[in-house]
Design a protein around this ligand. Structure first.
Ligand SMILES: [Zn+2]
Length: 479
């Protein structure tokens, strides 16, 4: 039986968070919440006689992305018209880059579930403008041109992806990089980041491509993984039955978990591309590229490696903390506060305690009131044995809820750890006298009793005893 190899290439469209649109001065507004058709002008509506001007900030954002994706940044950039009619496109053409895009021949490494990485080549990164938005309701179609002309970056991978899960890992990686660069919020529900896989199958070992279908309107990475997996299965069923795959655009039905035919795909020649006559070629010189390169932050892969080497974090902890640039920044600020508190200790508290509180409250790191300095202050109080680990967790809960500092919570709750050796020794002695049976059992070889006795001391001190001291005292007393 023939084995089929799935071939997937991904097109990612990312709106750029520039202040104004790609070719006019209209503000870039939130396409979900802003009143419709309030951020429009003759240029982005394509009125006769209007003249577009290239947005410098959008170009710089594009150069940033091209560098971060290891592309060769191109000096000569040409904008072209892609002609087609659709109601969300007032101009009846989209200005895009066709033959001479801003970035070529890049790559990105993705993390596979096995812990290995795989390199996915990036064919091109090009600048264009977004279209308007159509809404269909009650038998009517409404059009909002606020989004028309918003700077859009298209990132096209080579067909190096072979499964839905790889497609997902690639999408997540690109999103993470864009968020690190601060050029896109990654908010897929709002449509500012859109992912479209091209999927085809071919007999394993073959070098020619099979007929591909393109999946549209995927609004999550889960939909990308599941939709691609479904499409692979659907095409394989057709091919095994001796049929032929039709080249078309397909949608993903999120609740039915199936893909469905939308329209038969146009070929590039249908768009009648030609150079945009209203825009001069854009020359990006080496000096400009160098200047932009210097503004790049540390990128996710570099951060991940540094966290493991410099901070001695496990690969898992490093990945969790480096996933979101804001979490990473918060963590790195905490690391600089007090050199006596190790990054590993801070990482443990952030991942195991703070994230749990954030998840329960459905808050992001930007929305919590605890500052990195306040967390480290708390960890300092644990380290110098003012309070024990156990009380520390309770104090953190309260800090999270009330915004109060660790010191004030410890004072008001009387949580200061009991490290007075004489006082604890007296408590231990009393306890052993009260629990003669348990002591006898311990001496008779039942070592489990020890845990019970420690628990009793902690109870007698309302959890405030210094656990190490209790342990030592108990060892002495039982001996
Ligand atoms: Zn405009």
């Amino acid at each position: 039986m023939i084995t089929y190899e799935p071939i997937i290439g991904l097109e990612i469209h990312a709106e750029l968070m520039s202040k104004s649109k790609m070719f006019c001065g209209c503000k870039v507004v939130d396409s979900v919440t802003a009143p419709p058709n309030t951020a429009v002008c003759p240029v982005c509506l394509g009125m006769p006689g209007m003249l577009p001007v290239i947005n410098r900030q959008a170009v710089e954002f594009s150069i940033k992305v091209a560098i971060a994706l290891n592309c060769d940044v191109q000096h000569h950039n040409i904008f072209a018209r892609k002609n087609y009619f659709y109601p969300d496109l007032a101009k009846a053409y989209q200005v895009t880059q066709y033959e001479q895009p801003i970035g070529l021949n890049g790559w990105v490494d993705i993390e596979l579930g096995t812990g290995e990485t795989k390199r996915i080549r990036i064919r091109r990164v090009h600048m264009e403008e977004d279209t308007g938005k159509l809404t269909h309701e009650n038998g009517r179609s409404l059009v909002d041109y606020n989004r028309a002309g918003v700077p859009l970056l298209e990132i096209v991978s080579e067909p190096d992806i072979h499964s839905g899960e790889e497609a997902r890992a690639y999408g997540i990686k690109i999103r993470r990089i864009l968020r690190y660069l601060g050029v896109n919020s990654g908010d897929m529900e709002k449509g500012v980041l859109r992912v479209e896989p091209n999927i085809s199958l071919r007999p394993m070992g073959s070098t020619t491509f099979g007929t591909r279908t393109e999946l549209k309107n995927l609004n999550s990475f889960r939909a990308l993984a599941d939709g691609s997996a479904y499409e692979i299965m659907r095409q394989e069923t057709i091919l095994r039955a001796g049929g032929a795959v039709v080249q078309e655009t397909r949608g993903w039905h999120d609740s039915k978990r199936i893909t469905f035919s939308q329209r038969v795909k146009e070929e590039a020649e249908d768009y009648r591309y030609f150079d945009e006559p209203d825009l001069p070629p854009l020359f990006v010189d080496e000096e400009w590229i160098t200047a932009v390169a210097q503004t790049l932050p540390e990128l996710p892969d570099a951060k991940l490696a540094r966290y493991q080497i410099e901070y001695d974090l496990s690969p898992y902890d490093a990945a969790v903390l480096a996933d979101e640039i804001r979490v990473a920044t918060w963590f790195e600020t905490a690391v600089t506060v007090n050199s006596a508190i190790t990054p590993k200790t801070i990482a443990n508290w952030v991942i195991n305690a703070l994230f749990r509180l954030m998840n329960n409250a459905k808050l992001t790191i930007d929305e919590i009131s605890i500052t990195p300095e306040q967390l480290v202050e708390l960890l300092g109080l644990i380290a110098d044995q003012t309070i024990n680990q156990n009380s520390g967790r309770k104090v953190l809960d309260e800090m999270f809820e009330t915004g109060k500092t660790a010191v004030s919570i410890i004072e008001s709750k009387g949580l200061t750890q009991i490290s007075d050796e004489d006082a604890l020794a007296a408590i231990v002695a009393q306890l052993l006298a009260d629990n003669a049976d348990s002591v006898a059992a311990y001496c008779g070889g039942n070592k489990k009793v020890r845990g019970f006795l420690i628990g009793q001391v902690m109870r007698a001190t309302k959890g405030k005893a210094n656990p190490r001291l209790v342990n030592d005292l108990l060892t002495k007393a039982l001996a």
